[in-house]
Design a protein around this ligand. Structure first.
Ligand SMILES: Nc1nc2c(ncn2[C@@H]2O[C@H](COP(=O)(O)O[C@H]3[C@@H](O)[C@H](n4cnc5c(=O)[nH]c(N)nc54)O[C@@H]3COP(=O)(O)O)[C@@H](O)[C@H]2O)c(=O)[nH]1
Length: 740
């Protein structure tokens, strides 16, 4: 079959049309799918952007650092931390305001330097420290950086600040602690020296003067020891306040430590200013203060050095003021002294002496001399004191007074004390081995030696090493030594006593002994200081002290030894007062080893003739009805060099008084038919120079008051009497008789 042509053409065209439409539809579908994808992507992108912005915004909002952005000089954004930093109640309070208002003028240049072109550059640099202003005008310490950014499509600056107030406060507190004294709040040594150094530089530039004052409280240690450390601290705080009141605000008052304060008096400094301020300080310190509920008067010693006259370096000015302060202390405290070159020379000499002492120990330049101690009843040598000398190749024989104080202050005394002990024991051993009749050696013990815990061990070891009887060693302790820590001293003394070592209190009466401690010291002797011995024949006070010390020694069961006895007069009075032993030039000066050895070997003693002559004139009369009492009395006094008369009735007593130069009359109160007091009233009229001593069991004022008041009875002795008490009264009776 033949198809029509038209229909064939039409169908072909239809096919083409269909195919074209199909293509178009496919394209459309594809485009629409692409459009859909684009849409989808755009939505996703938007969502991402939104999410990212929210994230960044949250981050910025939560940032602890303050962030604010300014554009064209005005704040356009700030996070809550910035709002807090500036103390704004809302962001609106600051948005739109001048950014520079937040930075005080003084810090603007610093701020400019802290702003960078990009974040990377800003973050690679250290933040700068500056201050920003809060809305109330107060300033806040911050660490800051800034960087250029685009914000809202405009060129802007982002500022980031971190509040460092707390850290600054902590740093300042730390700095304060490092430069100030915690107790008083005053500058410490480091800060003082720093200020002094700066002041010196300034004074040098302007040709000005400065003064450094060193103030040391007198006897602060005793306040601490007696009232406790809390009271000591109170005192130091008070003194700090008082010192500040004495100077201008521009001057510096500092505490170096302990009770040492220093002041820097800054320019303008008139010639009289330092002395005037020192006077002011002395007066202010001298006003009574209440400590531990009681009023106390505190004084201070002040040393002054002046720039530029005395030095140009801070350390040396301070040292010179210190030296001057020591001189003020030596001069009796509560005074002030200006530094002088002579002080420096003395100090240099002292340092040289100290070095010399070190060498002396190393080179074995010390020697001991020995001074004999003599018993006043037997005249025999009963002991010897070892006295140190320094045989210096450069200085010759140096006496201890020139170097012992330096040795004590420089702590060399312990090593020297050890040497003395060693040498004394070695000498005793050598003499014993040579068959010489030795006597105990007394060695001086310094306070610091005695506070050494190992002292008793050292003594025991040394004695054992030389195989010596501990009784051959005596320690001379000073009152002050045993008072430093009395309880510890007492313990140590008991330990030493238990070993058999003898002990005496040296220079007795010159310190400030507490007598209640004294009675607990297990010592054997009190050594009367030579200053009292010296005044014995001429000064009634010295004589009373010597008498009192001898009596006290005896009543405590101790022996009394007087040192520094030079004359026969001193010797006689000491014997009359019942002193047991003497030491002094009268019998012998301190001797070198060989001379002392010879003296012991010859058993040399002291001639007692001068004492015997005195005794013959000392006549005592005892009146008692009982023969037994009279004979006991004779026996007791026989050994003491008195001329003893006895009467067993009044008639006999009157006979004896008439025929003899009687110095002291001792009478029993209970006489047959009479009383001792009546007897004394009568002989007082007849023999007024006689000294009258009553023996009585009734010591009440009713019995004795009137007789004592009228001078009939000089002293009474309670019956039954103790021999020492009777002897002491007798000795003082004769002393009284001979005085008037
Ligand atoms: N810690 C130590 N101290 C010691 C030691 N050796 C001595 N000293 C102390 O030095 C002070 C002075 O001693 P010195 O110069 O030896 O004087 C003594 C005697 O020589 C002197 N003396 C003795 N008799 C007389 C005298 O009749 N007249 C007079 N003017 N002086 C005399 O007295 C000193 C004795 O002192 P003392 O010890 O108090 O008995 C002195 O304080 C010594 O203690 C030592 O080794 N260690």
């Amino acid at each position: 079959m033949i198809e029509p042509v038209v229909s064939t053409v039409a169908s072909r065209s239809l096919i083409r049309e269909r195919s074209a439409r199909k293509e178009a539809e496919t394209l459309l579908e594809q485009k629409s799918r692409e459009l859909y994808d684009i849409n989808l992507n755009l939505r996703q992108l938007n969502a991402h952007l939104e999410e990212s912005e929210t994230r960044y915004r949250t981050l910025v909002e939560l940032m602890p650092d303050a962030i604010w952005i300014h554009c064209d000089g005005r704040i356009v954004f700030m996070n809550p931390a910035a709002q807090r930093l500036f103390g704004a109640t809302s962001p609106e309070q600051l948005l739109g305001t001048e950014a520079l208002e937040r930075v005080p003028e003084a810090y603007r240049a610093q701020m400019e330097q802290g702003i960078f072109n990009d974040l990377a550059a800003a973050q690679s640099q250290p933040r700068c420290a500056l201050r920003v202003a809060r809305v109330d005008g107060s300033l806040v310490d911050v660490e800051f950086f800034g960087c250029a950014i685009r914000f809202n499509d405009a060129a802007s600056v982002m500022n980031v600040a971190h509040d460092i107030t707390e850290r600054r406060q902590h740093e300042m507190a730390m700095e304060h602690q490092a430069t100030h004294d915690l107790l008083t709040g005053l500058p410490n040594r480091a800060l003082f020296l720093d200020r002094l150094t700066h002041a010196i530089r300034r004074a040098e530039r302007h040709n000005e003067r400065l003064a450094v004052m060193f103030v040391d409280l007198d006897k602060f240690k005793s306040i601490n020891d007696t009232l406790g450390h809390a009271a000591g601290d109170d005192l130091l705080r008070m003194v700090a306040g008082h010192l500040k009141q004495c100077v201008r605000l521009s001057d510096t008052v500092a505490r170096l430590g302990g009770d040492e304060f220093v002041l820097l008096l800054d320019n303008p400094l008139g010639d009289t200013m330092p002395a005037m301020i020192a006077e002011r300080i002395s007066m202010r310190l001298g006003q009574p203060v209440i400590l531990g509920g009681q009023e106390h008067v505190i004084t201070g010693s002040i040393g002054i050095s002046i720039f530029p006259e005395d030095g140009t370096r801070a350390e040396s000015l301070l040292r010179q003021a210190d030296i001057a302060m020591y001189r003020a202390k030596e001069g009796g405290r509560n005074s002030f002294q200006f530094f002088t070159q002579e002080m420096q020379n003395r100090l240099d000499a002292r340092v040289a002496l100290e070095q010399g002492l070190h060498r002396a120990l190393q080179r074995d330049e010390f020697v001991l001399h020995y001074q004999p101690q003599v018993n006043l009843r037997s005249g025999r040598i009963v002991g010897m004191e070892a006295l140190l000398r320094w045989q210096s190749p450069e200085l010759g024989l140096v006496p201890p007074l020139q170097f012992i104080p330096v040795a004590e202050e420089s702590n060399l005394i312990n090593a020297i004390g050890k040497w003395v002990l060693e040498k004394a024991c070695a000498t005793l051993r050598a003499w014993l081995d040579a068959g010489v009749p030795v006597v105990p050696i007394a060695v001086n013990v310094a306070a610091s030696q005695f506070s050494d815990d190992d002292m008793d061990q050292l003594l025991r070891d040394t004695l054992a090493r030389y195989r010596l009887d501990p009784g051959l060693l005596e320690l001379e302790l000073t009152e002050s030594l045993s008072m430093e820590d009395p309880e510890a001293s007492i313990e140590l003394m008991h330990r030493l006593k238990a070993t058999g070592i003898g002990m005496s209190i040296d220079d007795f009466g010159t310190g400030y002994s507490n007598l209640s401690y004294l009675k607990r010291f297990p010592v054997d002797k009190l050594k009367i200081d030579q200053s009292f011995t010296r005044g014995l024949t001429s000064d009634p006070e010295d004589r009373s002290i010597v008498t009192a010390v001898i009596r006290m020694a005896h009543s405590l069961g101790l022996r009394a030894i007087a040192e520094g006895v030079e004359t026969e007069g001193q010797l006689r009075l000491l014997a009359a007062e019942g002193c047991d032993e003497i030491q002094g030039y009268y019998f012998s000066r301190p001797l070198p080893e060989q001379a002392m050895l010879a003296m012991l070997a010859r058993d040399m003693g002291m001639d007692l003739a001068p004492l015997t002559r005195t005794v013959q004139r000392r006549t005592v009369l005892l009146v008692d009805d009982e023969p037994q009492v009279l004979s006991t009395f004779r026996k007791l006094l026989g050994g003491h060099g008195y001329d003893v008369l006895t009467a067993h009735g009044l008639a006999e007593a009157y006979e004896l008084l008439a025929g003899n130069d009687v110095g002291v009359v001792i009478s029993d109160q209970e006489l047959v038919g009479h009383t001792g007091i009546d007897f004394f009233h009568r002989i007082k009229r007849m023999y007024p120079r006689t000294v009258r001593v009553l023996l009585t069991a009734d010591t009440t004022p009713a019995n004795l008051g009137d007789a004592i008041n009228k001078g009939a009875v000089f002293k009474f002795v309670e019956k039954p009497w103790r021999d020492e008490a009777l002897l002491a009264v007798l000795a003082s009776g004769f002393a009284h008789h001979e005085r008037f």
